[in-house]
Design a binder for this molecule. Sequence first.
Ligand code: CDM
Ligand code: ATP
Length: 311
Amino acid sequence: MRPATAADRPAMTAIAEATSRTPRRTSSDAEFARAKVNLALHVTGQRADGYHLLDSLAVFPDIGDRLRVSPAKATSLVLSGPFADALEADDPDNLVLKAGRLFFEHSRQVAPPLRFALEKNLPVASGIGGGSADAAACLRLLADRYGRGRADAALVGIALALGADVPACLAQRPCRLSGIGERLDPAPPLPEIAIVLVNPGVGVSTPAVFRALETRDNPPLPAFPERFATPEVLLDWLRATRNDLQPAAMSICPAIGTVLDALDARPETLFARMSGSGATCFALCRPADAGPLHESLARDHPDWWIACGTV
Ligand SMILES: C[C@](O)(CO)[C@H](O)COP(=O)(O)OP(=O)(O)OC[C@H]1O[C@@H](n2ccc(N)nc2=O)[C@H](O)[C@@H]1O
Ligand SMILES: Nc1ncnc2c1ncn2[C@@H]1O[C@H](COP(=O)(O)OP(=O)(O)OP(=O)(O)O)[C@@H](O)[C@H]1O
C-alpha cells in the first residue's frame, strides 16, 4: 500500500465536504468487483520512492468477486466463494476493511458498523488485482450509501492510497494506465473478443517481482490506434508490446511458463500473455472458441483455476 501524499489531499478534502451523516438507501448494495487484466504492461522507469512507472492497457472482463454491504451491530467481514480460505475474515488489513476505514476517515464521518460479505471468486496474489477490485467495489458501495456517489472525483485519491491498481478498478473500464497507476485514459474501443484466464494455483508477490526486474527503463507502449476496429488490429498492436514483468515473474514462478506453453499450444488461442505481476495468464480467442478452450484446459489441468469472459 502506498501512503497518501500531499498531492492526494485536494481530492480527499472534497469528499470530506461532501458527505452526509444519514445513510442513503440505494438499490446497489451488491457490487461486482471485476478482475483487472493487463493486456500489455511496460515498465518505463522508477520513482525516487521506489514505485515503478508503468504504461499499460488494462481491461476488466466479466469475471470477478462480489461484495455486499449492510448495516450491522458490529463491523465484520464474512467470506465465501472458492478462494475464501486464502483470506482471514478477521484480518484488519483485508483491502475491503481498509477501504471502509479510509473512506470514513477521509469523509470525516464516524464509521457505522457494517457487515461486508465478500464472495471471493478470484485467486489471491495472482496479478489480476482481486484485492484492488474488492477495495474499489467497497468504495463504490460506500460512496453510494454514505458519500456523494460513485462519480465523486475524490474517490480516486482514496483509491490510490489503497493501492496502485485501485483507481483503475474504480471505473472498471478499459483504460491506458500510466504513472504508478493513478493516470487513467480511456482505451480506444475494443473489438468483440473473448478472454480465458488461467492461474496455476501459485501466489506471486508483486513487490518480489518488481525487485527481480533486470531493466526498469523500457520504452512506453506504441501509439494507440483510434479504435481497435477488428481482433486483428488489436492482436497486431499487442504483438508490438510486452509485459515487462513476465520474465521476472517466470524466474520466481516457473509454473507461469507451463501455463503459457499450454495456452500457446491450443488452436483456439489467438494471443497469450501473463497479466500484471502474475501468475495468472490470459488467452484471447474468438467468442465461440472460449468454451472449447476452457474445457480442454480444464480436462488436462484439473488443478488450475480457469475462467472465461469477454473483454
Ligand atoms: C503491477 C500491477 O498489477 C499492474 O496493474 C499493479 O501496478 C500492482 O498494483 P497493486 O497490487 O495495487 O500495487 P500496490 O499494492 O500499490 O503495491 C505493491 C508493491 O508493488 C510495487 N509496485 C506497485 C506498483 C507500481 N507502480 N510500482 C511498484 O513498484 C511496490 O513494491 C509496492 O509496494
Ligand atoms: N480482499 C482481498 N482479496 C485479495 N487479496 C487481499 C484482499 N485483501 C488483502 N489482500 C492481500 O493483498 C495481497 C495482494 O492480493 P491481490 O489478490 O490483490 O493480488 P494481485 O492480484 O497480484 O494484485 P495486483 O494485480 O494488483 O498486483 C495479498 O497478499 C492478499 O493477502
